[in-house]
Structures are given as C-alpha cells and as structure tokens.
Design a protein around this ligand. Structure first.
Ligand SMILES: NC(=O)c1ccc[n+]([C@@H]2O[C@H](COP(=O)([O-])OP(=O)(O)OC[C@H]3O[C@@H](n4cnc5c(N)ncnc54)[C@H](OP(=O)(O)O)[C@@H]3O)[C@@H](O)[C@H]2O)c1
Length: 269
C-alpha cells in the first residue's frame, strides 16, 4: 500500500543521512524499507515536529496552499467554503483563506467537529453536513453567497454548495471523498444540465488539480510561509494518531467515514 512516511535512519551509506536522522520518504505501509537517499528529504526535528511533514507542512498542507491560492484566489472580504474541513487539507484551506482576508466557512460531519472548526481552527462559521437542517444552516452561514468552494468531497455536499456560488466563483476540485468508497455509480446525467446551467449563468471556473503540478513553482514558498504560520501559531493543526501497523487498514476505513479528526497517522514504532 503506497503512502508517505516519516522514517528514522537505522543504517546508511549516505553521509547526509546518518543513523538517527529523520527523513520523509515514500516507503508505503511497512516497518522497514531500503530507500535511495535522493528519494528522501531530511527533516529537522528542531524546526517542527517531524510528523508535520506528513500533514500541515507536507503534501496535505501544500495541497491546500497551492489549490486555494492558485485556483481559488480568495480576495479580501470574499467567502470561502471547504468541506472535510476538520481534515488536514480542509483545516489548512480555511486558515489560509483568512490570511488572505477572506471569510472561511467549514463543513464537517457531527457537532464535535463543527465546534472544533470554530473553537480551534478559528473558522468564521461551521456547518454539519449530517444535520437534517444542513441546507438551511449552509444558507445562514453564507448570507452573501460563496465565492470560492474548495471541493474535497463531492456528493450531495458539493451539489449544495455549488448552488450557492456567486458570479465569477471559483471551484478548485481537489478531491471527491464522498464517492471513493461507493460500490455503485451515482445515478443521473453527468454533469447534470442544472449544474452546467449554473456554471454558464454564473460564469463559474471549475478546475481540477493534483498538487504535484505546483510543487516546482510553489514548494519553497509554501515551506517558508506555512512554516512561519505554523511556528507562530497562526495556522493550527490536529493529528489523529493510531498506534500499530496492524491497525492501518481499520484506520483507513475510518478516514472514509469521517472517524478521523485531523491528519490521520499510523505510528509504526
Ligand atoms: N488533488 C490533490 O492533489 C490532493 C492531495 C491530497 C488530498 N486530496 C484530497 O483532499 C481531500 C481531503 O483530504 P484529507 O487528507 O484532508 O482527508 P480527511 O479530511 O482527513 O478525511 C476525509 C474526510 O472526508 C469527510 N467525508 C467522508 N465522506 C464524506 C461524505 N460522504 N460527505 C462529506 N464529507 C465526507 C470526513 O470528514 P467529516 O466527518 O467532516 O465528514 C473524513 O474525515 C480528499 O478528497 C483527498 O483525496 C487531493
């Protein structure tokens, strides 16, 4: 199973990677791995906890940063909505949007996560997508409509938010977690005529992306800017640590049903 990992070097032929050093690598789900030094990035445990290289200062944080700033382009006073907002991508999106002067509205599953979004991550408003009053709550939380919808989930949540988009709204399409575990295709015309009509009449820009495409241009800027925000507490993050490689499968299943709060990590040793 593929996956990024933070590893401690236990044996090495590279002078730059002595035994005891920490590196970011892509070893997948296993206890030990042999990796070429050039495929790793050395981590400085004094700069930030090494686990953040997998979350807020790693690929998920970068996904939020690049997708929001390059495609979403939030402006002062605009409303940015993001779902899966208690996760590593969504929680970073909401906080970065505020750094650009936008109002951030998070969508998450359950009252506890909704509280966390406002109390810990500082979202301006938060809405529970599992609540029977979701649509009314979303309308109340976005009285001026939605200028940027950072799409992490798709499904009925995505449909509801897109219906509230303002003219010239932007939709970075980052993920569609609502459908990852589906065993049947969702019905209906693809895309629906109503959806396309909204794109047309409101002049919406919808753009998918895989974070890699921005790495060469924005990678260093992200490490600098996000690193400073995390160090001084401007951007906060949560990690959800599960102990034991043998529990990785169950933890992964939980990710697809919202059991995790923050970046889901499996501690191997
Ligand atoms: N494009 C890229 O390059 C890129 C890179 C990294 C990640 N991604 C995508 O970004 C998204 C967020 O990733 P993450 O790592 O931050 O995930 P995450 O938030 O840690 O986990 C996924 C969350 O999605 C929510 N969810 C699950 N089923 C849902 C449904 N049916 N409707 C609404 N919400 C649902 C759950 O939260 P609730 O309890 O709040 O519902 C769950 O905790 C994912 O779609 C991922 O694939 C894309």
């Amino acid at each position: 199973m593929v996956g990024a990992t933070v590893c401690e070097v236990v044996e090495s032929r590279s002078a730059d990677h002595p035994v005891g050093a920490f590196v970011l690598a892509y070893t997948g789900w296993q206890t030990h791995a042999v990796v070429p030094a050039r495929h790793t990035r050395r981590l400085d445990p004094d700069a930030a906890p090494v686990s953040t290289a997998l979350g807020v200062l790693g690929m998920p944080g970068f996904t939020a940063y690049a997708g929001l700033l390059e495609i979403g382009r939030p402006a002062e006073g605009e409303t940015v909505v993001v779902a899966a907002a208690a996760g590593p991508v969504g929680s970073a999106v909401g906080q970065i949007a505020q750094q650009r002067g936008a109002r951030s509205v998070g969508i998450a599953g359950g009252a506890d996560k909704v509280r966390l979004l406002v109390d810990e991550f500082g979202f301006d408003a938060a809405v529970d997508h599992r609540s029977p009053t979701f649509l009314d709550d979303l309308a109340a939380a976005t009285p001026d409509g939605v200028d940027v919808y950072f799409e992490n989930v798709g499904g009925t949540v995505g449909e509801a938010v897109v219906r509230r988009m303002n003219t010239y709204g932007r939709v970075p399409v980052c993920g569609l977690v609502a459908d990852y575990n589906a065993t049947e295709p969702r019905g209906g015309a693809e895309p629906s005529p109503a959806f396309l009509r909204r794109v047309l009449t409101r002049s919406l820009t919808i753009r998918g992306f895989i974070q890699d495409e921005f790495q060469a241009r924005l990678g260093e800027q992200f490490q600098r800017e996000m690193g400073a925000w995390v160090a001084d507490g401007t951007v906060r993050y949560r990690e959800d640590v599960v102990d034991g490689l043998e529990n990785a499968v169950e933890a992964f299943r939980g990710l697809l049903t919202g059991r995790n709060v923050g970046k889901l990590l499996v501690r191997v040793s």
